[in-house]
Design a protein around this ligand. Structure first.
Ligand code: SAM
Length: 349
């Protein structure tokens, strides 16, 4: 059943507020302009009227923002081009008129963006995941095999290629420079992560060597955040020849088919903003798969399950970093963090 107009408008209002409070005022204004047209039953309303998913969870507003940014990156945003160059939004009514003209001129681009969930691969999330991987590494003192479910383009399979400025301390000497704000006492992290194999799975993996896929990925990085795009591009170059294996499959089927645990390595299964997209049945299956894999773990072949996922309330403000290790199945919250790892707050247990 298509989403109701009221639900769409509520989702747009929430997304616009989210963008505005995070410095993305042009993207917020664009979403407001789209809402104006939807209220008036204009062409944008026509484009979203058959949207069959939850407009909030399916990030419908960001799909429209992605379409406009995609066109702007190609210099095809018509009268909105100057706004995307200056990052200054026109007035709401003027913005709505320009957006309608763009949607009418490039209906196919809009339709293809509306049909596809926004797909990101946010390397800075490693600022939140690395403390968990460090804990796993020091606990078992073995090299790590990484298995990422929902890996997108596989950038998060390269924690050892990063260096992170956490404000009060720094970690790593890799070429991918990340930034975060550590909100607590400096932790005792391992100096280096020894990674033996990198495997990831996604049902729609992104291939950044394909220019069109790269353009689409760029369009979901808010224009207000050029640093994020620079870091993203640096991560793509640094990971190009790392030899990560990325398979196209359903992640739960893929996980069930892995031969883990393996002797002499910690098999680290991890998720980053993936589990939130599973339905209740899939969530139960994921945990029961991990319990089965964990039950086979030994001291010489341990298992870790690391998750960076939003709080259950889905406020998309607080994200949690949780680690479960086997043998034993002990689960621990390591930290809460910003959605893109811009800050990390350790949780004392
Ligand atoms: C928000 S992205 C996160 C990507 C990456 N983990 C990161 O944090 O940058 C979620 C990814 O999960 C993938 N995904 C969602 N459900 C999936 C499933 N059942 N099997 C495989 N991949 C899935 C999507 O295609 C998408 O690439």
């Amino acid at each position: 059943m298509p989403a109701s107009k009221a639900d769409i408008l509520a989702a747009f209002e929430r997304q616009s507020e989210y963008c505005r409070t995070r410095g993305a005022s042009l993207t917020a204004a664009l979403i407001d302009a789209a809402a104006v047209d939807i209220k008036a039953n204009g062409p944008v309303a026509g484009l979203v009227k058959n949207f069959g998913e939850d407009p909030a969870k399916g990030a419908l507003a960001l799909r429209i923002a992605g379409a406009v940014h995609y066109l702007a990156n190609k210099g095809r945003a018509g009268s909105l081009q100057p706004a995307y160059q200056s990052l200054r939004a026109p007035g709401e009514a003027e913005f709505a008129v320009a957006l309608v003209a763009l949607a009418e001129a490039h209906g196919t681009v809009f339709q293809s963006f509306i049909a596809r969930p926004p797909q990101t691969n946010e390397i800075n999330r490693l600022a939140a995941l690395i403390p968990a991987m460090s804990e796993v590494s020091s606990r078992f003192d073995l090299p790590l095999d990484l298995y990422e479910l929902g890996t997108s383009g596989g950038l998060l399979l390269a924690p050892d290629q990063c260096s992170i400025d956490y404000g009060s301390f720094a970690w790593g000497d890799g070429v991918i420079a990340l930034k975060s704000d550590w909100r607590g006492e400096a932790p005792d992290l391992v100096k280096r992560l020894d990674i033996r194999h990198r495997l990831g799975c996604d049902r729609q993996p992104l291939d950044f060597s394909d220019p069109e896929q790269l353009d689409i990925a760029h369009s979901y990085i808010w224009p207000e955040d050029p640093r994020r795009r620079q870091t993203f591009d640096a991560a793509i170059s640094a990971t190009r020849d790392l030899g990560a294996q990325i398979d196209c499959d359903d992640a739960l089927e893929w996980l069930a088919a892995r031969t883990v645990p393996k002797s002499g390595t910690v098999s680290v299964v991890f998720t980053s903003v993936f589990a939130v997209y599973l339905d209740d049945g899939e969530t139960t299956r994921l945990h029961s798969l991990m319990d089965d894999i964990g039950a086979r773990a030994t001291a010489a072949a341990p298992i870790a399950f690391v998750q960076f996922e939003p709080e259950a309330a889905m406020d998309f403000v607080t994200f949690n970093v949780d680690v479960t290790t086997w043998p034993g199945g002990e689960r621990r919250r390591i930290a809460t963090a910003h959605a893109h790892g811009r800050w990390v707050e350790p949780v004392s247990n």
